[in-house]
Design a protein around this ligand. Structure first.
Ligand SMILES: *Cc1c(COP(=O)(O)O)cnc(C)c1O
Length: 375
């Protein structure tokens, strides 16, 4: 298979632009030979937390681990329920299952694709312990009513901000609303390591300490294990690389926003829906998601033109075989299920050039119009 002319995500361009600094950072760690829980981690935790308007950052080995760590910090486990959405990456739900708790799904807003907070009431039971909204695609979930509901029922709120590094809700950064924010730093996210990484943000010193302890085998002092923990540390090489990249995040997000504005302008009347941005939100476009009726034919046509697309996500989580035991069946989350048939993500990364953007727009126009006869 030949390489796509315009891939969905291009990691090489960003890497080449930062190569000298990246190499320097790796060399620095290797020369010092402190590979875990060292100065790079502390620096990155501090700068990322500050960026997110939080006091503490707790680096983890992945976003999935960050979510599980947050749940463990609240002692959420067997018998507990956590309300979340089905329109997300499996990891949101895996983390709930990993700690032994049960995911409960609510539907999504048909325009933003995010948690429909109006359904929290009916999803809440005496076993509900937490709400886990996801800031999917880079747009914040509507936090105020979620936080109000949580307060009224004494529930914890943990944010899955894995696709929304730097996005704001009412002018404040995501990751700072729930008591804990969880971020993946997987290499294709808005801020990505060159391997596996994640981080939890919080302003609560007790939660911060507890997460630090659990992520390192339940110990604060070596070989003294206060609780059963896990190995979920963020290593020094990844932390050093992330420290090199973090100062660029704001500029990269601005570039994504400008690309999205270009797509919106040219595709508004072409596709069935371009991304919506609520007045209280800023969107950082981890993915640029549109709706197209003949989605699968459209994707093949774009691939023939050398343009990469993807679907985030083709099968809602509640209908995945892995979730069979939770008892969900088709039609239980009608909005989630309906949009899964129509959504498609177009190429989106900061380094897209004006020519590439135009090329994507031209191809979309050609194939949305031509799709019926092309089948
Ligand atoms: C990427 C992602 C995760 C998981 O992160 P990993 O670092 O891959 O473990 C969790 N939730 C969402 C919404 C994600 O996009």
């Amino acid at each position: 298979m030949h390489a796509l002319k315009i891939p969905l995500v291009d990691l090489r361009t960003q890497y080449l632009a930062l190569k000298p600094e990246i190499m320097n950072a790796i060399e620095g760690v290797l020369d010092g030979m402190q590979l875990f829980l060292g100065p790079e981690l502390h620096k990155f935790e501090h700068s990322f937390a500050t960026y997110c308007e939080c006091l503490y950052g707790v680096g983890t080995s992945s976003g999935t681990d960050a979510l599980a760590l947050a749940l463990r910090a609240y002692d959420i486990g067997p018998g507990d329920e956590v309300i979340t959405v089905s329109n997300t990456f499996i990891a949101t739900v895996e983390a709930i299952a990993l700690v032994g708790a049960t995911p409960v799904f609510v539907d999504i807003d048909p325009e933003t694709y995010l948690m429909q907070w109006q359904q929290l009431e009916q999803a809440c039971t005496s076993r509900t312990k937490a709400i886990l909204p996801v800031h999917l695609y880079g747009h914040p979930a509507e936090m105020e009513p979620i936080l109000d509901f949580a307060r009224s029922r004494d529930l914890y709120v943990i944010e899955d901000a894995s696709q929304a590094h730097g996005a704001t809700y009412q002018g404040r950064r995501v990751g700072s609303f729930g008591a804990i924010g969880c971020f993946s730093l997987y290499y294709s996210k808005n801020l990505g390591a060159l391997g596996e990484a994640g981080i939890c943000t919080t302003s609560d010193p007790v939660l911060s300490e507890k997460m630090r302890m659990i992520r390192d085998h339940g110990s604060r002092v070596r070989y003294c294990h206060e609780v059963m923990g896990v190995n979920a540390r963020l290593d020094e090489i990844q932390a050093a690389l992330l420290q090199v990249k973090l100062p660029h995040l704001a500029g990269w997000n601005a570039a994504r926003q400008s690309h999205a504005a270009f797509y919106n302008e040219h595709l508004l009347d072409v596709v069935e829906a371009v991304p919506v941005v609520r007045s209280w939100a800023s969107h950082v476009y981890c993915y640029y998601v549109v709706q197209i009726a003949q989605r699968d034919q459209f994707r093949s046509a774009l691939e023939r033109e050398g343009i990469g697309t993807n679907v985030h996500y083709p099968t809602p989580i509640h209908l995945q075989p892995a979730c069979a035991k939770y008892g969900y069946t088709p039609d239980m989350l009608p909005v989630t299920e309906a949009v899964a048939e129509r959504i498609v993500s177009l190429p989106m990364y900061p380094e897209l050039t004006p020519e590439q953007l135009q090329c994507v727009v031209d191809a979309v126009k050609k194939h949305v119009v031509g799709e019926v006869s092309a089948v």
